[in-house]
Write a protein that binds this ligand. Structure first.
Ligand code: SF4
Ligand code: SF4
Length: 100
């Protein structure tokens, strides 16, 4: 089940941004399984931002330079609310028998 419940990925503002001045080139961000980053001579580059899983922040948690940030989580939750995402996901989870 797609989390976005009918909303196009491009409509959602969620992707990493790197503060290159603080990047220590530890490479932890390259652990992302969605090929969001490319490695360049200058370090990591956010090459495919829309591949980022909405709400995920694993790379930021692993980042040794603490230099990866994301848009506001509160803004994301507002989108969920306005677009009825929670209700739609709940409906799908019920259909799949994962909740009652
Ligand atoms: S937040 Fe998750 S999906 Fe997005 S780039 Fe980082 S590890 Fe990949
Ligand atoms: S995880 Fe952070 S510090 Fe490490 S290479 Fe990626 S952006 Fe740079």
């Amino acid at each position: 089940m797609p989390w976005f419940a009918g909303i196009e990925r491009a409509e959602i503002n969620w992707h990493p941004t790197i503060d290159h001045d603080r990047c220590v080139k530890c490479g932890m961000c390259m652990n992302c399984g969605k090929q969001v980053y490319d490695w360049t001579e200058a370090g990591p580059k956010v090459a495919r931002p829309m591949n980022c899983i909405v709400g995920c922040s694993t790379c930021a948690n692993l980042c040794q330079g603490k230099c990866i940030s994301f848009p506001s989580l509160e803004e994301l939750r507002q989108v969920y609310k306005q677009r009825g995402v929670w209700a739609k996901v709940k409906q799908e989870l019920k259909k799949e028998g994962k909740i009652q």
